[in-house]
Ligand binder design. Structure first.
Ligand code: NDP
Ligand SMILES: N[C@@H](CC=O)C(=O)O
Ligand code: NA
Length: 429
């Protein structure tokens, strides 16, 4: 049995997990595919770095091209991250007829269509299950499990780092900065954690899920993004007292084939299954017209969970190799993209206002909502413990984004409002 030879780009958190699983489960993996799997070459940035894994130092190189150009290598596993140069490595690997497995959502969200087109031209596989929600097989589920259905809504906690931070802030009252540091030490965060906390990582994942779920080419610029860096413990407590949990949610909906996708901190009802997804866990809720509601749960980041998806993709490539069917399963989005306008995007909002504590203020504020046809589900006014202003907490009924934005614009010029302290989307379903 001729071994299948793998070239690995990257030996960090995920790459180490890949080596560990390929070494540790070799007997089971090779009997599934009918050949041994060997990791021939590994590109790293630093050869001398101490590594918590047993590898032959002769496999290491600092030149990714050496791995890409090695004629003996059948499959490239890319777990080093990066966008522009990584795109070149992957396109060249495909040009040379090598199959590709990647965990790189940044790359797939930005250049996925060019990469998949090249793969199809060269009859190669490109699999990227680990790129969204780490160990949860959500990409395979959307491509295969729901091939018969029409997806109307995808809601996901798709970033482990931010979910870890929000859970610890909510459950232990921990400080944002301390928990972010912990998430970095645990290998959950990106090399630049700004992309986690500012929502970009989740937005990239939602662009990938939207493309697969709605069968249209969703680009990153189609996703509206807001991160968690301005959420305070006070906001989290407000959410809890009102019966919600604060989560960074990616929400993609399709109505009459018009889609909208966003990532934003969202107050979700405590009895929704997404509200109890804590720590580094991710979950993706998928609502299909025929199947109804489904939900998928598991570790969204970390060495072994992520590597599980990478190695499963590797096994899928090798099975295809044996059957001679590589490159036949690429999903080509076929629908013309139609985005919902701000008049069509509807949801509930929470808004916390600091206002003058005097008669008639509440009436002025509710009058503005009425003027723009935004109806209110609840309004609570209370004195503020730390300053002379009062706080007004409002939850609206579902209203169009356009109307709600008009309310906010009007508030900018309303003298009785000292400050719009916080605004969050609210999901009650
Ligand atoms: N961490 C996680 O939980 C998850 C990560 N991902 C994605 O997986 C990918 C890898 O993430 P992760 O393992 O955390 O990243 P790490 O930073 O832990 O590892 C990156 C690896 O790539 C190597 N590397 C980086 N740049 C180069 C270069 N130019 N040339 C050669 N080697 C290079 C590094 O070398 P050296 O070791 O010498 O520094 C390191 O081994 C990313 O795309 C990430 O978004 C996806 C899902 C989950
Ligand atoms: N930084 C990411 C890693 C997995 O994609 C996360 O925290 O989810
Ligand atoms: Na996944």
């Amino acid at each position: 049995m001729k071994p299948v030879k793998v070239g690995l780009l990257g030996l960090g958190t995920v790459g180490t997990g890949v080596v560990r699983i390929v070494q540790g489960n070799q007997e089971d993996l090779s009997s599934q595919v009918g050949s041994p799997i060997t990791i021939e070459k590994i590109a790293v940035r630093s050869i001398d770095k101490a590594r918590n894994i047993d590898i032959d130092p002769a496999c290491l190189t600092t030149d990714p091209w050496e791995v890409i150009r090695d004629p003996d290598i059948d499959v490239i596993v890319e777990v080093m991250g990066g966008i522009d140069s990584t795109r070149e490595y992957i396109l060249e690997a495909l040009e040379r007829g090598k199959h590709v497995v990647t965990a790189n959502k940044d790359l797939m969200a930005l250049h996925g269509s060019a990469i998949l087109a090249k793969a199809q031209e060269k009859q190669c596989d490109v699999f990227y299950e680990a790129s969204v929600a780490g160990g949860i097989p959500i990409i395979r589920t959307l491509i295969e499990g729901f091939s018969s259905d029409r997806i109307v809504k995808i809601m996901g906690i798709v970033n482990g780092t931010t979910n870890y931070i929000l859970s610890k802030m909510s459950q232990e009252g921990a400080s944002y900065a301390d928990v972010l540091k912990e998430a970095q030490e645990l290998g959950y965060a990106e090399s630049d954690p700004t992309s986690d906390v500012e929502g970009l990582d989740a937005a990239r994942k939602m662009a990938i899920l939207g493309t697969l779920g709605f069968r249209t080419n969703v680009e990153l610029s189609d996703v509206t993004v807001q991160g968690i860096s301005s959420i305070t413990k006070e906001d989290i407590n407000y959410a809890k007292n009102l019966g919600y949990e604060m989560k960074l949610l990616g929400i993609a909906t399709s109505q009459n084939d018009h889609i909208t996708i966003s990532v934003q901190p969202t107050m979700i009802r405590k009895n929704h299954p997404l509200a109890s997804v804590n720590g580094v866990f991710n979950a993706v809720y998928v609502h299909g017209e025929s199947v109804g509601e489904t939900m998928f749960y598991g570790a969204g980041a970390g060495e072994l969970p992520t590597a599980t998806s990478v190695v499963a993709d590797l096994i899928a490539v090798i099975k295809n190799l044996k059957l001679g069917v590589n490159g036949l399963k690429a999903i080509v989005p076929y629908k013309t993209k139609k985005l919902q306008s701000d008049d069509q995007v509807m949801y509930k909002n929470f808004i916390l206002l600091h206002v003058d504590d005097k008669a008639g203020v509440l009436a002025q504020i509710t009058q503005v909502f009425a003027e723009y046809n935004v109806s209110l589900a609840s309004v609570v006014q209370q004195p503020n413990a730390t300053n002379p202003d009062a706080e007004i907490v409002i939850i609206t009924h579902r209203a169009s984004k356009a109307s709600f934005d008009r309310v906010l614009q009007h508030f900018e010029n309303l003298d009785v409002i000292q400050r719009i302290k916080s605004i969050y989307r609210v999901e009650d379903i």
